[in-house]
Design a protein around this ligand. Structure first.
Ligand SMILES: [Zn+2]
Ligand SMILES: [Zn+2]
Length: 269
C-alpha cells in the first residue's frame, strides 16, 4: 500500500509568536510541522502553530510528536494542542534528554505552575513520553534519525525516511562552516529540507553565536546536500511579509528550489 507523504507547515516563525497585518502571508505562529508519512501522523515541534492542527489530526488515533529542543517557541503550543484534549487517543512524545532533563521534565518545565495553571492531568488523550537514546528510532514504519545542531543548549535535527523518500528538519541551527559539512552528510539527497534561515545576510553578522543561520547559509546547505527542495523556516519575528517577499524573490532567483516557508504551505512528496 502506498501511503501519502504530505508535509504541512503550521508555524514557521522563530523566537516568539507575532500577529498583525504585516504578518499574514508568512504567518506569526512558531514552529510546528505536520507530517503524514508511512501511515503515521507526526508533528515536528509544538510551537503555537499546533493550534492549526485540530482538523488535520482528527482522523488519527495515534499522534507522534518529535521535539527538537525545549526552547519556549517550540513548546508553547503544548498546553493547547487540540489532539491532547480528545479522549481515547494516544500521543507519543520523543526528545533527546537535555541539560539533565528527560523529555518529560522538559515538557513539565513549561506545563506546570507557575508558568501554566495545570499539568498533564488536563489532557484527555493517553500520553507516552520517551527519551531518544539511540541514533535512530522507528515510528511505525518511519525511520527517524537525529543529530545534534549547533544551538545554545543544543537541538536535534531529524531525518524521517520511508519508502525511499525523506524529510530533514533542521530548525534552530547555526550553520558555521564545520557544521555545514556534517549536516550536509546527514541531509544528503533528501526530498525536502526544512532549515533554519532566521536572519537576512545583512543581519546575521550582528547575531553570530545566537544559534541561527542566514538565508545564504541555509541555501548553501540545501545545495551541499543536494536536497530536491529547500524551505527556510524560523523567520525572525520582526520580519514583515513585504521584507520576506523580497527575500523570497531573491532566493528563488539565485538558488533554484529554495524558498521561504509560509504558514499553511503544503508539500506532497
Ligand atoms: Zn526556535
Ligand atoms: Zn532554540
Amino acid at each position: 500500500m502506498k501511503h501519502k507523504f504530505q508535509v504541512i507547515l503550521l508555524g514557521v516563525r522563530g523566537s516568539i509568536p507575532v500577529s498583525g497585518a504585516d504578518f499574514v502571508k508568512y504567518g506569526g505562529s512558531t514552529l510546528c510541522v505536520l507530517v503524514h508519512m508511512g501511515g503515521e501522523t507526526i508533528l515536528l515541534d509544538c510551537g503555537s502553530g499546533v493550534l492549526q492542527s485540530g482538523s488535520l489530526t482528527a482522523d488519527a488515533h495515534h499522534l507522534s510528536i518529535l521535539l527538537s529542543h525545549p526552547h519556549v517557541d517550540h513548546l508553547i503550543g503544548l498546553p493547547m494542542c487540540p489532539f491532547l484534549y480528545e479522549a481515547g487517543k494516544l500521543a507519543t512524545f520523543y526528545a533527546v534528554p537535555r541539560g539533565g532533563l528527560s523529555t518529560q521534565k522538559q515538557m513539565e518545565a513549561l506545563m506546570s505552575p507557575p508558568l501554566w495553571p495545570v499539568g498533564f492531568e488536563a489532557f484527555r488523550a493517553k500520553l507516552i513520553i520517551k527519551d531518544i537514546l539511540e541514533p535512530s528510532i522507528q515510528i511505525g514504519s518511519v525511520l527517524v534519525e537525529h543529530i545534534e545542531l549547533l544551538h545554545p543548549g543544543g537541538a536535534s535535527a531529524f531525518r524521517l525516511s520511508y519508502g525511499g523518500r525523506s524529510l530533514v528538519y533542521a530548525s534552530d541551527c547555526e550553520l558555521s562552516q564545520n557544521q555545514l559539512s556534517r549536516l550536509s552528510a546527514f541531509a544528503k539527497d533528501c526530498d525536502l529540507l526544512l532549515c533554519d534561515g532566521q536572519y537576512s545576510d545583512e543581519e546575521y553578522p550582528l547575531r553570530v553565536g545566537w544559534g541561527h543561520s542566514s538565508w545564504s547559509m541555509a541555501a548553501a546547505l540545501g545545495k551541499a546536500c543536494a536536497a530536491k527542495r529547500t524551505v527556510l523556516v524560523h523567520h525572525a519575528p520582526q520580519y514583515t511579509d513585504d521584507f520576506l517577499d523580497k527575500a523570497d524573490r531573491w532566493l528563488r532567483s539565485c538558488h533554484p528550489n529554495c524558498t521561504l516557508g509560509r504558514c499553511g504551505e503544503e508539500f506532497a512528496l
